[in-house]
Ligand binder design. Structure first.
Ligand code: HEC
Ligand code: HEC
Length: 192
């Protein structure tokens, strides 16, 4: 531990400090990575840059949420980086959501093509860096957050808000079901 702290430099956290902070998160985001309810997003295995940016935005008030704002308020920037790295390393949990029925999947595919979602969220919706992984996320959370981008109540990314405004609400519903039902971990080599 001491050696690790020295190697990582003065601002590094001992691993057990981060374990302790992560316990707080487990109360809602789940001790095994499965959130306690389906409007709380999976953070295990989520993109590191994306996790950091959300914590930063909850702290600054750019992204609003009555549960997350007080938690982020207590985190320093170095905690946010360390928590993002910690959760990125965990395996994305299998929420066992069913694949979307064919008609829903077709509607989602056509909306995804016309908006070009994969241009940023990548081919399998695995995300990359500061875009989010969407595949296998809770369906109610996905729909809520896309609608929140659309009506401006999630205001931390104007680009996503513009895209969601350009997408009809029933397409967003189809997209949420399609994305929630994607099983990509075997493909990504994180098979369980
Ligand atoms: C009291 C419950 C609760 C606790 C404790 C909690 N969260 Fe959250 N978290 C939420 C909810 C609910 C949301 C979804 C907010 C929304 O819909 O915008 C969320 C969203 C997030 C997001 C955004 C994820 C995404 O996909 O956009 C991140 C990152 C996050 N939490 C990290 C953490 C971390 C790290 C901790 C521990 C330091 C933590 N949370 C503790 C309830 C909680
Ligand atoms: C130009 C790039 C771009 C395109 C195209 C794009 N996104 Fe995004 N998306 C982002 C970025 C960047 C974020 C992270 C925003 C943030 O930091 O809050 C994001 C966030 C999201 C989130 C929130 C994830 C979470 O965990 O809260 C959802 C859902 C989403 N996008 C769905 C879509 C869908 C569906 C499409 C296509 C209809 C799409 N996006 C097209 C860049 C893009």
């Amino acid at each position: 531990m001491l050696l690790g702290a020295i190697i990582m430099g003065g601002t590094a956290f001992a691993a057990d400090d981060i374990e302790q902070k992560a316990q707080i998160c487990a109360a809602c985001h789940g001790a095994n990575g499965v959130p306690v309810n389906n409007t709380t997003p999976v953070i295990w295995g989520q993109d590191e840059g994306y996790l950091y940016l959300q914590l930063r935005d909850f702290k600054s008030g750019m992204r609003k949420n009555p549960l997350m704002e007080p938690i982020a308020a207590q985190l320093e920037k170095s905690d946010m980086f360390a928590l993002a790295a910690y959760f990125k390393k965990k395996a994305w949990p299998d929420l066992k959501q069913p694949p979307a029925p064919d008609d829903v999947a077709a509607k989602a595919e056509s909306a995804a093509k016309s908006i070009g979602c994969r241009g940023c969220h990548l081919d399998h919706f695995q995300g990359d860096g500061s875009t989010a992984r969407l595949a296998g996320q809770w369906q109610p959370y996905l729909l809520n957050t896309m609608m929140a981008f659309r009506d401006g109540s999630r205001g931390n990314n104007p680009g996503m808000s513009d895209l969601m405004k350009a997408t009809p609400a029933d397409d967003l519903e189809a997209l949420s079901k399609y994305l929630a039902g994607l099983q990509i971990d075997a493909y990504l080599g994180h098979g369980r």
